[in-house]
Design a protein around this ligand. Structure first.
Ligand code: URP
Ligand code: ZN
Ligand code: ZN
Length: 460
């Protein structure tokens, strides 16, 4: 099967030019001006930007959490991702206490296979750092799971003590793995939560007030010190606070291999959402929580200056009606997480390019190229070049899109970005050469997504 995309305006992290693209089966075969050959299918991209498919390295589909399960599974979640211009996701398998990493990986393959309609990889969440568990990391690497998430938060569930994190970092340094950290001081947060509840403070806003930015800054600084001692690279997930960004900047200024992602919710929303009437603040209960407005522009600056390299979503949806409601009388029981896999590319295009914060090339870099590089998928994914997978987005910069629960494909009963209008519109999405989204129509099929066996971390 041959497809030609004609006359597109190709944007990568470093290029900006007009050309045709010949795709044969899954792969980009030729890029050139006015290609003379014919194909089985021709797509006219006149007036469109042709972008590498988005890569979201932080999703939670079908994830058991907080006494319930995230409401998108690997079909609905990846379909929504495709509508939003994302063609690869990396989700999290969970090694839970008393179980091996292999059991976790097999369970998550069972959730994704036959369902995912775009390509996917897995990180492994490590909730125990015994020598038996850490020995399994090398076996995960052999299977293409080359990154491991650990938590300084959620005591009793996912939290591992500093010694355990340090040992995992040492192991990661030895075998070329990347440790990703959810950095908040979980023990102190627990004290603040108990104090608030004892005072009858049960509303959603207390979720945010008991997780102050200082405790994200402290935990971020702590794991950076541990990574330096262990001589291992480090990746901070869902960074939300200026204090944490300052710690990352200081480490990078000293030449340490520290990387970090932020998410659209921290770039577009802020603490005042928790003050919405009734129980509506629960829509935004996620960890870390939304911060006050002063943090937002610092995060945009961090992206511009390369101190933050990635925008992911931390997509972890729970319906208000029957899931968030579990915390009606106690904010600590509200399942943590919010939807966003569909809105990421458009929001970041709007906030970055339309608002003149940084270039189209840099937009591609933070939403596709750097995620691919940091997580061992480049150049198969993350760029437009001969030999790469034909994961492409045709984006019309002259249209606009309004976001809301009615238009969305995510399986959740609210949209945190309700009513937000973004510049541009995703018109056509190809995954490995196959048109899977054409305007409002989904043309892909359940289960067509392939597992991406990722390679070891490259020092960038
Ligand atoms: O609130 C969040 N972030 N939920 C998903 C789990 C996590 O910590 O990433
Ligand atoms: Zn997390
Ligand atoms: Zn997460």
């Amino acid at each position: 099967m041959k497809t030609i995309i004609r006359n597109g305006h190709i944007i990568t992290a470093v290029d900006n030019y007009h050309a045709d693209i010949l795709i044969e089966d899954d792969i980009i075969q030729i890029i050139g001006a006015h290609l003379p050959m014919t194909a089985d299918k021709e797509i006219d991209a006149t007036g469109m930007l042709v972008l590498p498919g988005g890569i979201d390295v932080h999703t939670h589909f079908d994830m058991p959490f907080g006494g319930t399960t995230s409401s998108d599974d690997f079909f609905t979640g990846t379909q929504a991702a495709a509508f939003g211009g994302t063609t690869t996701i990396v989700d999290f398998a969970i090694q839970s206490k008393g179980h091996s990493m292999q059991e976790a990986l097999d369970t998550w393959f069972g959730k994704a296979e036959g369902k995912a309609c775009i390509d996917y990889g897995f990180h492994m969440i490590v909730s125990e750092a015994s020598s038996e568990r850490l020995a399994e990391m090398a076996r995960m690497m052999d299977q293409g799971v080359t990154s491991f998430k650990m938590f300084t938060a959620y005591p009793g569930v996912f939290m591992v003590d500093d010694g355990g994190i340090f040992q995992a970092l040492q192991k990661a340094g030895d075998i070329g793995a990347l440790i990703a950290i959810h950095a908040e001081n979980g023990s102190v947060i627990d004290v603040l939560v108990q104090e608030a509840l004892a005072q009858g403070k049960i509303a959603p806003k207390y979720h945010a007030l008991t997780r102050p930015p200082e405790l994200e800054g402290e935990a971020t600084h702590r794991v950076i010190v541990l990574a330096a001692l262990a001589q291992a690279p480090l990746y901070i997930v869902h960074l939300s606070a200026q204090e944490a960004l300052d710690a990352v900047i200081a480490a990078r200024d000293h030449g340490q291999s520290v990387y970090a992602e932020t998410c659209p919710q921290y770039l577009f929303l802020s603490y005042d959402r928790y003050e919405e009437p009734g129980f509506d603040g629960a829509k935004y209960v996620m960890s870390p929580p939304l911060r006050t407005i002063k943090h937002r522009e610092r995060l945009w600056q961090g992206l511009k200056s390369n101190d933050l390299q990635v925008v992911s979503t931390d997509h972890c949806p729970f319906c208000m009606k029957d899931q968030k409601i579990l915390g009606r009388d106690n904010f600590a029981k509200i399942p943590n997480g919010a939807p966003g896999v569909e809105t990421r590319m458009s929001l970041i295009y709007d906030g970055a390019v339309s608002h003149n914060r940084f270039s189209l090339n840099h937009f591609v870099e933070v939403t596709s190229t750097m995620p691919a590089k940091l997580f061992g998928m480049f150049p198969q994914k993350g760029t437009i070049q001969v030999g790469s997978d034909a994961d492409l987005v045709l984006f019309d910069p002259n249209m606009s899109t309004e976001w809301g629960v009615k238009q969305a494909h995510m399986r959740v009963d609210y949209n945190p970005f309700e009513g937000i209008k973004t510049a541009g519109s995703i018109r056509v999405v190809l995954s490995r050469g196959e048109v899977i989204v054409d305007h409002d129509q989904f043309l892909g099929h359940k289960g067509r997504g392939q597992f991406i066996k990722r390679h070891a971390v490259q020092n960038l």
